[in-house]
Design a binder for this molecule. Structure first.
Ligand SMILES: [Zn+2]
Length: 282
C-alpha cells in the first residue's frame, strides 16, 4: 500500500499494541539528530516494511503508534543512522513542518514525543533505578517506588485579542524581524486556562481583556505543548510591553496585517477565522 493513498485523518486508529495481525507496516525512524527522510522524496513519508528490513539498524526502543486500515505504524528510537546521504537524510520536525499535511504532522509529533518521553524516563527521578515498560498502557514504571511515568503534555494558551476591526499582534524577542503573531504562554500549576489567558495578556502587553471565547486546540510538539486557542476582546489599558518576551506589539487593521504565521499553526487559523467573521459584517 502506498503511503500517499492512505487517508490518515479518517482511518488512523491509535493504540498501544496491534489489534490485528498485519504483514504490512510503516516505520518512523527517530534519532537524537532528527527524523529519517528518504533523500529527494517530497513530501516526507515513513519507510515501509521492506525499506525497514533493508535499513537493518539496531533500535533503542520500538513503539507501536496505531493502525491505518490494517497497516501498523511504528516509531523507532535509534542511536544513530549509518551515513548514506544519497538514500536518506535526517530532518528536524520543524524543518519538515511546511511539507507535511496536518494529520502527518500530528502523527510525527506523536512519534517524536513518545520516543523522547521513553528516552527521558529510563530512570526513576525519585530513586534513580531503571524503570520498566508496562504493557497495559503507555507508561513506564519504577517497581520499588510504585511510581508511574506517562508521556506528559504542557498545556498552553494562544489568544487573538481584537479591538473593533483591529487585531493585536506581537513580535516575540526570539523571532524579531520574522513575523508578528498572536500572544501565547504556558499554563502555570494551580491556574485555570481562562486565568492563564488573562495573565499572559496582562504580563506581555499590559492590557485587560474580556469576552474570552474558546476556538480550537492544536498539538504542538516543540517540545510537548497542547495549544488551546481563544478569541478575546480588548477591555482597557495601554500597550506596555514585557521587554524579555515581546520585541514589538501593535494593533493592526484586519485589511493591513504584517507578515503573519501560515496555516500550519493555530495562530494562523485564529487570524483567518477573525478575518472571515469580520469580513462578513461588511
Ligand atoms: Zn524509583
Amino acid at each position: 500500500m502506498e503511503w500517499d493513498l492512505l487517508n490518515l485523518s479518517n482511518e488512523f486508529k491509535p493504540g498501544i499494541a496491534p489489534v490485528t495481525e498485519s504483514n504490512n507496516s510503516f516505520h518512523i525512524i527517530i534519532s537524537k539528530e532528527g527524523i529519517l527522510k528518504i533523500t529527494g522524496e517530497q513530501p516526507w513519508r515513513p519507510i515501509n516494511e521492506i525499506e525497514w528490513h533493508w535499513l537493518n539498524i539496531e533500535t533503542y526502543s520500538d513503539h507501536y503508534l496505531g493502525q491505518i486500515n490494517d497497516i501498523s505504524i511504528y516509531a523507532h528510537d535509534v542511536e544513530s543512522i549509518p551515513d548514506n546521504q544519497e538514500i536518506y537524510e535526517l530532518k528536524s520536525l520543524r524543518q519538515l513542518l511546511n511539507e507535511l499535511d496536518q494529520p502527518v504532522f500530528y502523527l510525527l509529533g506523536r512519534a517524536q514525543q513518545i520516543v523522547e518521553w521513553n528516552r527521558n524516563h529510563r530512570f526513576c527521578g525519585q530513586c534513580g533505578l531503571e524503570t520498566i515498560t508496562t504493557n497495559k498502557d503507555r507508561s513506564r514504571k519504577c517497581l520499588p517506588c510504585k511510581q508511574m511515568f506517562y508521556p506528559r503534555l504542557s498545556p498552553s494558551i494562544i489568544v487573538l485579542v481584537h479591538r473593533g476591526e483591529d487585531i493585536l499582534l506581537a513580535q516575540n524577542v526570539n523571532s524579531r524581524g520574522v513575523f508578528y503573531s498572536t500572544l501565547a504562554g504556558f499554563v502555570e500549576p494551580g491556574e485555570t486556562i481562562e486565568e492563564t489567558v488573562h495573565r499572559e495578556v496582562k504580563e506581555e502587553v499590559g492590557i485587560h481583556i474580556k469576552n474570552l471565547k474558546y476556538f480550537a486546540s492544536q498539538p504542538w510538539p516543540f517540545p510537548n505543548s497542547l495549544m488551546l486557542g481563544f478569541h478575546a476582546e480588548y477591555k482597557s489599558g495601554d500597550l506596555i510591553l514585557q521587554p524579555e518576551e515581546i520585541a514589538d506589539a501593535q494593533w493592526f487593521h484586519y485589511t493591513n496585517l504584517p507578515n503573519k504565521p501560515n496555516q500550519a499553526a493555530i495562530s494562523g487559523w485564529l487570524i483567518a477565522d477573525f478575518i472571515k467573521r469580520i469580513s462578513r459584517t461588511h
